[in-house]
Ligand binder design. Structure first.
Ligand code: ADP
Ligand code: MG
Length: 272
């Protein structure tokens, strides 16, 4: 499965995710306004912008958690309709949440097993009858889940209850659970939030290893150093609109971006 194995190469000329004209309004708030972007396969693509810019809404829309008012969506060149979370997961997009969403009272290992079930083959009736195929698959799932915990550095925590993990470890567990669905596109919503400097270094290294598996990564992150160090390209949102797109170097010296976001981010970094 996903660990060690590599995602099948896709046509480098076809975007992993391509969206056009994505809009979403909540009451009086235009959370997304005609947003379009293309993410190259195998790349790390950053999505940045001030709070309330629409970044999380963009994740919610592409993963089927929130229905867009309009928009065109393509995954690896194929049209898809992000209308249901499980269908999007099967199509190959997985995500983590800004506000961690784990099964807090379940074990660390079981949290990953749940993610793995998106890819299981045996039917519910086999589970009910506990057929041999079902048992074989269950033990394969447990093995795969353990390998994924090892991959994110949590193997020694497998039997703890998820809620007892440190904040940084809970974020890594969410990544393991997302990887269990074998995504082609992994969308991470502020994965470094609440992490200390050492954890951030480990996170960066983990994201590099996920990319090395051939996966494509979409990253929302406020840590400018992390974003600029990791990303091949960066898209900047402000008040639901795309205000810039380019390489980290291009985006960093874009006047509109500095005014809307980087200026205040830099101030925040230097604040006492
Ligand atoms: N489910 C929702 N219901 C109502 N308003 C929402 C909802 N989700 C997001 N919003 C609003 O949409 C805007 C964009 O929010 P969000 O996508 O969370 O921004 P970001 O992740 O960039 O901080 C904000 O004004 C937010 O209050
Ligand atoms: Mg957000």
């Amino acid at each position: 499965m996903s660990v060690g194995s590599v995602v099948l190469p896709t046509d480098p000329g076809v975007a992993m995710l391509h969206v056009e004209g994505v809009s979403k309004r909540f009451g009086g708030v235009q959370a997304l306004s005609e947003v379009g972007l293309s993410i190259a396969p195998g790349s790390v693509h950053g999505l940045i912008g001030p709070n309330g810019a629409g970044k999380t809404t963009f994740f919610n829309v592409i993963t089927g958690l929130v229905l867009a008012d309009k928009g065109r969506f393509e995954l690896s060149g194929l049209r898809y309709k992000p209308s249901a979370v499980h269908k999007v997961a099967q199509a190959g997009i997985a995500r983590t949440f800004q506000n961690i969403r784990l099964f807090a009272d379940m074990s660390v290992l079981d949290n990953v097993r749940v993610g793995r079930h998106v890819r299981t083959r045996v039917g519910w009736w086999q589970a009910l009858l506990r057929t041999r195929a079902f048992k074989r698959e269950e033990s394969a799932i447990a093995g795969d889940a353990m390998a994924l915990l090892d991959f994110v550095g949590l193997a020694d925590q497998a039997h703890r209850t998820a809620r007892t993990l440190s904040y940084g470890d809970q974020r890594r567990l969410e990544i393991a659970r997302a990887l269990a669905t074998e995504p082609r596109l992994l969308a991470l919503d502020e994965p470094a939030a609440g992490m200390n400097a050492t954890e951030k270094v480990a996170l960066r290294e983990l994201i590099e290893r996920i990319r090395a598996q051939g996966r494509t990564i979409l990253l929302i992150e406020h840590d400018v150093k992390l974003v600029m160090g990791l990303c091949d390209r960066v898209t900047v949102l402000d008040q639901g609109r795309l205000i810039a797109e380019g390489t980290p170097a291009e985006v960093q010296c874009n006047q509109a971006v500095i005014e809307a976001y980087l200026g205040s981010a830099a101030q925040a970094t230097h604040a006492p």
